[in-house]
Design a protein around this ligand. Structure first.
Ligand code: ATP
Length: 257
């Protein structure tokens, strides 16, 4: 069952010269799928993520997420839809500095007026799942990058969203913390059946996914599925990136661990 259906989506930014950032893009994302979106700089990845996040609307084309057309919602309904059905993870964590790890994580439930005991149960489960027991009372400036991103993932998951949208979630992490976060996202995807859509420049990060969708100049370029080992998938991603015009020379020394 497709949880996201994008049908001929086009996004035109008006300016002195109108610019088409996304052009007639169609794709579907299955429930429980872990999808990476890759493309050169300026290919429209952020624009697409903004549309999938329902914070921006396509100029034409249709989109359904979890059976809902976000364009049919009022601003208030749209905010509620985001809060209940979507989770967001960003490159720079976006934690509130004056709140502790557990306060940051529980924030979406506080906004949703859940009871204290419901919040506590869900929080305890997630703190354990994310291995944050030793830092649950810490503030963001007392965390490593990996702990901060795991907290942000906890905040994104606490309300059990249908779709998790991640924008370069490993962009600010070293390779060890990146690996931890990617393994965590893989576990969340498999165990909680959360659909994940992740924009990334990193072929290693993309190799954790089930499928990579490549876009170029706002248009569908290609897609590949992982049907074999991660190492082989990684090589196929590099091959596609070289066809795309991405600079794979920078990656020639990359080793998949
Ligand atoms: N608000 C805007 N107004 C006008 N043009 C925009 C706007 N936002 C993005 N663009 C243009 O749309 C195109 C796609 O931009 P977008 O940020 O979606 O690409 P991207 O693939 O996310 O790039 P990067 O990898 O560098 O973040 C670019 O040519 C960009 O200059």
């Amino acid at each position: 069952m497709a949880v996201v259906k994008a049908n001929h989506i086009t996004k035109i930014y008006d300016g002195k010269v109108a610019h088409s950032a996304i052009n007639q893009l169609s794709f579907e994302v299955e429930k429980g799928e872990f999808l990476a979106i890759m493309g050169p700089s300026g290919s429209g990845k952020t624009t697409l993520l903004n549309i999938l996040s329902t914070i921006d609307q396509p100029t034409s084309g249709t989109l359904t997420i979890d059976g809902q057309d976000p364009q049919s919602l009022s601003a208030k309904q749209s905010a509620l839809f985001r809060r209940e059905r979507l989770g967001f993870v960003f490159q720079d964590f976006n934690l509130l500095p004056s709140l502790t790890v557990e306060e940051n994580m529980v924030l979406p439930l506080t906004l949703a007026n859940q009871t204290v005991s419901e919040m506590q149960t869900r929080l305890d489960e997630l703190v354990t799942e994310l291995h944050l027991e030793s830092v649950r009372a810490n503030f963001p400036n007392e965390l490593s990058g990996g702990q901060a991103q795991r907290t942000a993932i906890g905040r994104a998951l606490i309300h059990q969203p249908t779709v998790l949208l991640a924008d370069e979630p490993t962009g600010n992490l070293d390779s060890k913390a990146s690996k931890d976060v990617l393994e965590l996202l893989t576990r969340v995807n498999r165990e909680l059946d959360t659909t994940i859509i992740m924009v990334t420049h990193d072929p290693i990060a993309a190799s954790y996914c089930d499928r990579v969708l490549f876009i170029k100049d706002g248009e569908y370029f290609n897609e590949i599925y992982k049907d074999d080992l991660r190492q082989t998938f990684f090589q196929r991603i590099l091959n596609l990136l070289s066809l795309l015009g991405g600079n794979v020379n920078d990656l020639s020394t990359v080793r998949l661990s």
